[in-house]
Design a protein around this ligand. Structure first.
Ligand code: ADP
Length: 381
């Protein structure tokens, strides 16, 4: 019962009214008890005087009733006036204390929201009640939501700040290269021939890819896309990727093999999004595998998931880089990846998309030159 009241604001407000009324009534009764006898004593002595005056003939008997009534009325009025005054003061004090108790979380939240609006994103409010025992009312729930909102704002602000830093850093290199070529051309140091213009164009394309990837990343990070999930066979997913990339594999002379068992259950995915993940991982495998080697796509069932592995026999990833490989703009070999047009965002996007499907993605590698494996899980129907 007490827990129920603790966790419902309307019952608390109702009880607070009851408390105020109770305090008022108790004070009214107590004050009447104390004030009434004194008032009556005083007025009874007036009545005695009147009665003596009537008995001695100083006052006509006809005025007796009127005088007695006047004294009685004065005694009652005085008792009521004092008691009501005392009860009102007590009710006001009780009302103030109870209301302050109820309002203080709202007041805290108001102050915290003002501080957040001023840019202090680390601001949080205390949660009234006892969340451990589940005794949290609507105000406490509001405080919890408020803190969640503040954390989200703080995280977004942190992402925004880091993103601006990273993006400026990433834009600087191609822009400096383009500027260098243009200055070379203007000063006559570089010959105005197709080769030079090709180099400028390559840098511009890199910038464009970076901007496209950033746009995609911001969409994915903000979660501003809708997953249109449906059940589909793993084989279809893999075949679509193979069909898209087979020409590039053939051109580079890297073999692409698949090993998909026939009895696998269907996975529930957004075909385009997971297709994007596959393209990214298999595309990376191709990029980091020298000609003459092999890339293999495997799938197998684990509990209630299907696990897809893209295994290459390429440059590998040193163990110290493995934990960072999915971070935005992280590249193991910066100059090589950049030269290959890599923005270092592909894996970050892939991670977001796999996690949006309640899956997990990770990388394994024995080290430099020993190939890499990228593994991710997908939910089954
Ligand atoms: P990028 O566009 O630079 O390839 P990614 O986010 O896709 O960006 O990859 C981040 C980094 O991870 C790459 O720069 C590369 O150093 C490393 N990497 C990704 N895939 C592989 C792989 N199959 N083999 C070796 N290194 C890889």
């Amino acid at each position: 019962m007490l827990k129920y009241i603790h966790s419902h604001l309307r019952w608390k407000i109702f009880l607070s009214y009851m408390v105020v009324i109770f305090v008022g009534v108790v004070v009214l009764a107590t004050a009447t008890e104390f004030v009434a006898p004194a008032a009556f004593n005083r007025h009874v002595s007036d009545m005695e005087t009147v009665m003596q005056e009537v008995a001695s003939g100083q006052m006509p008997a006809i005025d007796l009733q009127k005088s007695l009534f006047a004294s009685f009325h004065a005694a009652v009025s005085e008792a009521i006036a004092f008691s009501v005054l005392a009860a009102s003061v007590a009710a006001i004090i009780a009302g103030y204390l109870v209301t302050r108790q109820l309002i203080s979380p709202i007041h805290d939240m108001m102050e915290a929201s003002n501080r957040i609006a001023d840019g202090h994103y680390d601001e949080r409010v205390g949660v009234p009640g006892n969340p451990a025992t589940g005794e949290i009312d609507e105000l406490a729930q509001l405080a919890v939501s408020f803190n969640r909102m503040a954390s989200a704002l703080e995280k977004n602000e942190e992402i925004r700040r880091r993103l601006i830093g990273d993006v400026s850093h990433e834009l600087r290199t191609p822009l400096a290269t383009i500027k260098g070529y243009m200055e070379g051309l203007i000063d006559g140091v570089l010959p105005p021939e197709p080769g030079t213009f090709q180099k400028v164009r390559r840098e511009a394309s890199r910038l464009q890819r970076l901007v496209d990837d950033l746009q995609e990343l911001s969409r994915v990070e903000a979660g501003s896309y809708i997953l249109q999930k449906c059940g589909m066979p793993v084989m279809a997913l893999v075949e679509a990727t193979v069909a898209r990339l087979a020409p590039q594999f053939a051109e580079k002379g890297v073999a692409l093999e698949t090993d998909i068992p026939s009895g696998l259950p269907e996975v529930v995915v957004d075909e385009d999004r997971i297709g994007q993940v596959m393209l990214n991982l298999v595309g990376n495998a191709l990029q980091y595998t020298p000609p003459g080697r092999t890339v293999r796509i495997r799938a197998r069932r684990t509990q209630n998931k299907v696990q897809i592995t893209i295994e290459d026999t390429g440059v590998g990833i040193p163990p110290e880089h493995l934990p960072h490989i999915f971070d935005r703009f992280y590249r193991v070999d910066k100059s090589r990846s950049r030269a290959g047009g890599g923005s270092g965002i592909g894996l970050t996007i892939a991670k977001h998309l796999v996690e949006a499907h309640s899956g997990r993605i990770w990388a394994e590698s024995e080290g430099r030159g020993k190939g890499s494996m990228f593994i991710f899980t997908l939910p089954v129907r």
